[in-house]
Write a protein that binds this ligand. Structure first.
Ligand SMILES: [Zn+2]
Length: 434
C-alpha cells in the first residue's frame, strides 16, 4: 500500500514535469500543490467543468481575489482584505497577440482601481464567495480561449458531485437511489477526467456530460440538500471498474422504456453491455409519448441536416432499422421524393428533432398525408442506469449496490480504500456483478 502510494506520487511528479506548460499543471500548481495530502483523499481531486463558453466579457465578484496567468506567482488584486472586489474580464488583441484584460473595481463605484493585462493563454482567478450575477461559483476559476472564451470551474470532485446528483435526480427520491446515482456520476466523471486530462476542461456542465450547478455554501446548508450530501459521502470514492480495473464511463438515463441497451449499440463504444429488463418503467408518468411533425417542417429540418441544395424535394417516407436485441431504432432511412434514400443514425435523428421531443429511440412511425407521428416509450439513450427503474428498485428496498449490479452487469464496484491497491479480497464494500 505504502509502495503504491509512493509510486502514485512519483507518477504524479513525472506527469507534472511533462505537462509543465499545460493547463492542468497551471491549475494544480496553483491550487493543489500545497494540498497534495488532501488530494489523496477520496473525492478531493480537482475536476475542471466548463460552465459557459463563447464569452466576450464576464464580470465576477468575490473576496480575496487573485489573478494569475501562466507564471508561478499569483497577484492579489489591490483592495484591502475583506472588501468585495469586482473583476471584468475581456480579451484584447494587440499586434497579433491576445491578452487578458482584467479591470478591478469596487462595488458601487464604476471607477477603475486597477487594470491588468496578462499575456498567457489561460487565466486563473481564485478567491472566496465568488459570484457571477446571482450564481455562486467555486473558489477556483479558469478562463481559456482566444477571441471568445470559456469559463471553467475548478471544483473538488465531492462538491461537483453534490451539484450533479441534485440536478440529475429529484432529491425527494429514496436515499439508495441517490447513492446509486452518486456512484454512477462519480464513475462517469473520473473516466472523463482521465480521458481529458490535458484539455482545459474535462466535463461540460450540461446534458452533454452531466448537468451541474454550484450550490454555494449557503444553499448547501439547506436541509433539503442533506440527503444529497449523505448520498455522496456514504459512497465516498466508490466507483465502477471494468475487467481491466479501469473506471468505467457509467452512462445513465431517465427511463429505459423496458430494457436497457449496450454502449456499443448506441454510441459505438465498448464498456456497458445493457440488456437489463425493467418491468417497473411504466411508473414514469411520461413513459409513453407522442411527437407529431408536419411533412414540411421535417423536410426543412432534414434539408438543413443534410446540407442539401435548394432542389431538395422533401420527404416521401421514413423507414427504420431496429437493433435486433433491444427493440431500439438504430437508423432511420429517409426516402426522398426523387426516389433517393439517405440514412441517419437514430441518436442524430433525435438530436435533429430535439431530445425533449423525440424522447428516446424506442418509437414507431405513422405517416399521414400531412404529418409524421412518432409514438414511443422511455426517455433518454437507454444505456447504463435507468433512473426511473432505480427509483422503483429503491422503493422496493434494494440497496445501491444491488441497483448498480442490475444496470451494470459484469462490472465491479470498488471502495476507495482498496482502489489504489491490487489487494481486494474479503472487503465488505466490494461487489462483483454477474
Ligand atoms: Zn428502466
Amino acid at each position: 500500500m505504502v509502495l503504491t502510494v509512493f509510486l502514485m506520487l512519483l507518477k504524479k511528479a513525472v506527469l507534472r514535469a511533462a505537462f509543465l506548460v499545460s493547463v492542468s499543471s497551471i491549475f494544480f500548481n496553483f491550487v493543489a500543490n500545497a494540498e497534495a495530502q488532501v488530494e489523496m483523499l477520496p473525492d478531493q481531486e480537482l475536476v475542471r467543468v466548463r460552465l459557459d463558453h463563447g464569452l466576450s466579457q464576464v464580470e465576477i465578484r468575490g473576496h480575496g481575489l487573485q489573478v494569475q496567468g501562466e507564471s508561478k506567482v499569483a497577484q492579489p488584486v489591490s483592495l484591502p482584505h475583506g472588501e468585495e472586489e469586482i473583476l471584468t474580464i475581456t480579451r484584447l488583441s494587440t499586434k497579433g497577440q491576445w491578452l487578458w484584460k482584467v479591470v478591478i473595481q469596487r462595488p458601487g463605484s464604476r471607477n477603475e482601481i486597477d487594470t491588468r493585462l496578462i499575456g498567457y493563454p489561460f487565466l486563473t482567478v481564485n478567491g472566496n464567495s465568488i459570484h457571477r450575477g446571482a450564481q455562486p461559483l467555486p473558489n477556483h476559476l479558469l478562463f481559456s480561449g482566444e477571441k471568445t472564451f470559456s469559463l471553467i470551474a475548478g471544483e473538488r470532485l465531492r462538491d461537483y458531485l453534490y451539484g450533479v446528483v441534485a440536478k440529475e435526480m429529484p432529491i425527494s427520491w429514496p436515499l439508495e437511489a441517490l447513492k446509486a446515482q452518486a456512484i454512477a456520476a462519480r464513475s462517469y466523471a473520473k473516466a472523463m477526467m482521465r480521458e481529458h486530462e490535458n484539455r482545459p476542461y474535462q466535463l461540460e456542465s450540461s446534458v452533454l456530460d452531466q448537468v451541474y450547478e454550484n450550490f454555494g455554501d449557503k444553499n448547501l446548508h439547506d436541509p433539503k440538500m442533506q440527503k444529497v450530501i449523505r448520498a455522496v459521502s456514504e459512497t465516498s470514492g466508490m466507483v465502477l471498474l471494468d475487467k481491466k480495473h479501469q473506471v468505467v464511463k457509467a452512462y445513465y438515463h431517465a427511463d429505459c422504456g423496458g430494457k436497457t441497451s449496450s454502449s456499443q449499440a448506441v454510441f459505438g463504444t465498448k464498456g456497458l453491455v445493457g440488456g437489463a429488463i425493467d418491468s417497473s418503467c411504466p411508473a414514469n408518468p411520461k413513459a409513453r409519448w407522442n411527437f407529431r411533425i408536419s411533412r414540411d417542417e421535417l423536410s426543412k429540418r432534414l434539408k438543413r441536416f443534410f446540407h442539401a441544395s435548394e432542389e431538395f424535394l422533401g420527404v416521401n417516407s421514413l423507414k427504420v432499422r431496429v437493433l435486433p436485441q433491444d427493440e431500439r431504432i438504430e437508423e432511420v432511412v429517409v426516402k426522398i421524393e426523387d426516389g433517393e434514400s439517405r440514412t441517419i443514425k437514430a441518436q442524430e435523428f433525435r438530436n435533429m428533432l430535439g431530445y425533449q421531443e423525440l424522447r428516446s429511440t424506442r418509437f414507431q412511425i405513422h405517416q399521414t398525408e400531412d404529418e409524421f407521428v412518432f409514438s414511443g416509450t422511455g426517455f433518454g439513450h437507454g444505456v447504463g442506469l435507468c433512473q426511473w427503474g432505480t427509483r422503483a428498485m429503491a422503493n422496493q428496498g434494494a440497496q445501491s449496490h444491488q441497483i448498480l449490479s442490475h444496470y451494470y452487469p459484469g462490472l465491479e464496484l470498488k471502495a476507495p480504500k482498496d482502489f489504489y491497491s491490487e489487494k481486494s479480497n474479503g472487503d465488505q464494500n466490494e461487489y462483483m456483478f454477474d
